[in-house]
Design a protein. Structure first.
Length: 348
């Protein structure tokens, strides 16, 4: 006689297909709200279709980017405040695309967890949809993976993938020259890099996520979850106006490592650190951790989330355009002969 047990189901193994289906139905309205010219079908197919001709392109070059939000997820998980982490996910991808001169067209997400909580997952994906809507790209697909035993209860992971396009011959950087003016667009806080150090600093401070924030109103957790700023629409408007030679998204590595990525060989940057105010969150982190200026500048954005290298003759006009689009614009330096970033002045 066999002792084999019969009747074991996928649900008993920890995977709830019905919960996954319920999530898809919950997020369909949010995804539909991100629709734009070129989208050919909604969620639910094996693949998503996009018509470049309908989006207005004649001879397009596609540009792709993928990213996550790093250990900022830990704060979202620990606080239960998951509504804006999806905006971070989108921003980390589409802000990179615009640095190539590309318009973001569509976005796909990957959400993985041990046991699917439909309400929490819906809030996360609605945040992703909001980020897409703000940046003019469509949320056209994704994957929700329920993987028992792979994640601790309540934990999840996120990754994103964005595709953009530009007309052939219009890719950036292009035309960067000595004397170009560097325009810095203010950040909205720490954005999505350096959070392993942030979390260590908070631990050393003795504060909890629910404690009053020492540098802003509200709780410390809420302040550190401020979402990454989306620069897409203002940056594209500046590019289309003419005179923009390069854009650098200031992520991991700070200005120190990201700005040289868009400068041609033999060109460097001179950056005046007194050209913008250091936001309170970075002043607090610096004081708590005893960070020297060099470490701060290569770990965090230090208050500048995007840098544009522009024709000096167009700098005033482009600054006004960007400010009119809602950006806080600072003239932070210029392109010079040489290599790397050379700082003068001091952060304050």
């Amino acid at each position: 006689m066999s002792n084999r047990r019969n009747g074991l189901s996928y649900s008993q193994a920890g995977v709830d297909i019905e919960a996954g289906n319920a999530l898809v139905e919950r997020i369909k309205p949010a995804a539909r709200a991100t629709g734009r010219p070129g989208v050919m079908a909604g969620l639910g197919g094996f693949g998503a279709l996009f018509d470049l001709k309908a989006a207005g392109y004649e001879d397009p070059v596609l540009v792709a980017a993928t990213d996550g939000v790093g250990t900022k997820l830990r704060i979202a998980i620990d606080t239960g405040v998951v509504d804006t982490i999806g905006i971070d996910l989108v921003a980390m991808c589409v802000n990179d695309l615009v640095c190539q001169g590309a318009e973001p067209l569509f976005f796909l997400d990957y959400f993985a967890t041990g046991k699917l909580d439909v309400d929490s997952a819906a809030r996360i994906v609605q945040g992703i949809a909001e980020g897409c809507k703000r940046s003019g790209c469509a949320l056209i697909g994704g994957e929700t993976a329920e993987m028992p035993g792979m994640y601790a209860p309540g934990d999840f992971d996120l990754a994103g993938f964005a595709v953009g396009a530009l007309e052939r011959g219009q890719a950036l950087p292009a035309g960067v020259a000595e004397g170009d003016v560097l325009l810095g667009l203010a950040s909205d806080g720490v954005h999505s890099n350096g959070y392993s150090l942030v979390r260590r600093v908070v631990e050393l401070s003795g504060l909890g996520w629910g404690d009053d924030c020492p540098f802003a109103e509200g709780t410390l957790g809420a302040a550190l979850l401020a979402p990454t700023r989306l620069y897409v629409k203002p940056a594209l408007a500046a590019v289309r106006a003419g005179g923009v030679h390069a854009l650098a998204h200031v992520t991991g590595g700070g200005i120190t490592e990201n700005l040289p990525r868009v400068l041609p060989e033999g060109m460097g940057a001179e950056v005046d650190l007194s050209g913008w105010p250091l936001p309170p969150v970075f002043a607090w982190l610096r004081a708590q951790a005893g960070l020297d200026e060099a470490e701060l500048l290569k770990t965090f954005n230090a208050g500048i989330g995007m840098v544009l290298a522009v024709d000096a003759a167009r700098a005033g006009e482009l600054s006004a355009l960007l400010a009119g689009a809602g950006e806080r614009v600072h003239r932070i330096g210029r392109v010079v002969a040489g290599e790397g970033v050379h700082y003068r002045g001091a952060l304050s």
